[in-house]
Design a protein around this ligand. Structure first.
Ligand code: ASP
Ligand code: MG
Length: 433
């Protein structure tokens, strides 16, 4: 029997009921050997980012408060899942928190900020997935599932680009294909076997923890599917499948039954948060079908993403990215912004790890939009200020419509100000103030 890979995101395991539901879904698939990739629970990654912020600001009271909040949250989930207050899972989670506390204390006492923000980010924020995978594993074991638990950092090998680590595919594929089949034990009489592991994290050649970029757990699942050479993987979400818009934004959103890899990668690229942009490539390369299914309706059809001849979409797809910064650079002396300037601008963007979501240029100016990041912006602005006159708007919204109907424009814009507009045959992009 083929191995399967299931990924459960933070929203699906945000509380005890969510973890119980995960077990309920796995019950439905008994008889299968499944790698279960989990994200941090609920909003834990954000909470860990808060902790990191307090640590970097050397603010012990805030560090304490962040610890208290994260520990309390996980304790509550544990007490909702395990009747026995002395269950070993409590000790495991306490141990992880102590380890993290030790790391932070050492940083404060001795070296301060060890290797910069991105490095510290990965060492600290990665704990979210360590907590969640331990809780999910212990719960499944408690419920008598035939289950193992492994630290994904022994399998997913990356370079040292902290916060956006690149996969060493050769080493990773080797480790996963060598070790995972043997870890899919013990089995029950039906032949089921589960292996719980973490999404989002990996390790560099020196053994330091790395992360694959926010929402990177989908990508981890794809890495497993690719390395195990299997035919299908499933992402369990809190929506019925891939929708043509975020239903919280456009209540008339509908589910897309099928999607080509090509369309999916475009949607992810433009910011459809349903799939992490890096996820599709390894799947497409080995023709692995991706199912996106509802965590609340496991028998529902969901969306199937696969090789399809055409774009295969007959409805527009709306993607909204909020909290964008629109930055316009103009030459100070009225000189043209030409190839050399552009190449210099892009090298500054690349060296600061800033991804451009939409761009436009005129004779003497270049404008582009990117995700707001309080840490990166001051550094970036300083560098650009040396050469250019700068104007910027923050808190703007980028709306992308694939396969747009020109008649939908007014409705989208409403009373807001259009700061930038761009159209191709298939895609419309608007930056709204
Ligand atoms: N927990 C990580 C994040 O929230 C990864 C993920 O959820 O996929 O970004
Ligand atoms: Mg998450």
């Amino acid at each position: 029997m083929d191995i399967q890979v299931f990924k459960f995101g933070g929203a699906s395991i945000r509380d005890a009921a969510g973890v119980r539901n995960l077990a309920h879904i796995l019950k439905k698939f008994s008889g299968n050997r499944i790698v279960v990739v989990v994200s941090a629970m609920g909003k834990t990654t954000n909470a860990m980012e808060e902790l990191l912020k307090a640590y970097m600001a050397k603010d012990p009271l805030q560090v304490l408060a962040a610890f208290e909040k994260a520990e309390q949250y996980h304790r509550e989930i544990i007490s909702g899942l395990f009747e026995d207050p002395g269950h070993p899972v409590g000790e495991v989670i306490r141990g992880l928190f102590d380890q993290l506390r030790g790391y932070i204390r050492k940083g404060h006492l001795y070296t301060g900020i060890r290797k910069g923000y991105d490095f510290e980010y990965d060492q600290i924020v990665s704990y979210g997935e360590l907590f969640s995978s331990a809780i999910v594993y212990h719960y499944l074991a408690d419920q008598k599932f035939p289950v193992n638990h492994t630290d994904v950092r022994n399998l997913v090998r990356t370079d040292a680009t902290y916060r956006d680590a690149r996969i060493d595919w050769k080493a990773t594929k080797q480790k996963i294909s060598d070790q995972v089949p043997a870890l899919l034990t013990p089995t029950d009489e039906q032949g089921s076997a589960l292996l719980v592991t973490q999404g989002f994290i990996g390790s560099d050649p020196l053994g330091n923890t790395t992360t694959l970029g926010r929402e990177g757990s989908d990508f981890t699942a794809a890495i497993f599917a690719y390395s195990l050479n299997i035919h299908e993987m499933t992402i369990w979400k809190d929506v019925p499948g891939v929708m043509n818009a975020d239903p919280k934004w456009r209540p008339d959103a509908i589910r897309l039954k099928t999607l080509s890899y090509r369309e999916a990668i475009e949607l992810a690229y433009y910011g459809a948060s349903v799939i992490h942009p890096k996820t599709i490539k390894p799947l497409e390369n080995s023709n692995i079908i991706l199912k996106v299914k509802s965590f609340f309706d496991p028998d529902g059809e969901g969306t199937t993403i696969q090789q399809l001849g055409s774009w295969s979409l007959d409805v527009p797809v709306y993607i909204r990215k909020q909290n964008q910064v629109l930055l316009s650079l103009s030459s100070r002396d009225f000189s043209f912004i030409m190839e050399e300037n552009l190449s210099r601008i892009f090298s500054i963007l690349a060296s600061n790890g800033v991804k451009v979501n939409v761009m436009q240029n005129s004779a003497i100016s270049f404008s582009f939009c990117f995700d707001y990041d309080p840490h990166k912006i001051p550094l970036l602005l300083d560098q650009f200020r040396e050469e250019y006159q700068i104007r910027y708007n923050d808190n703007v919204e980028l709306i992308t419509v694939r396969h747009y109907d020109p008649r939908c424009l007014d409705d989208l814009i409403g009373s807001r100000k259009v700061l930038l507009e761009q159209k191709s045959r298939s895609t419309l992009q608007l930056v709204l103030g």
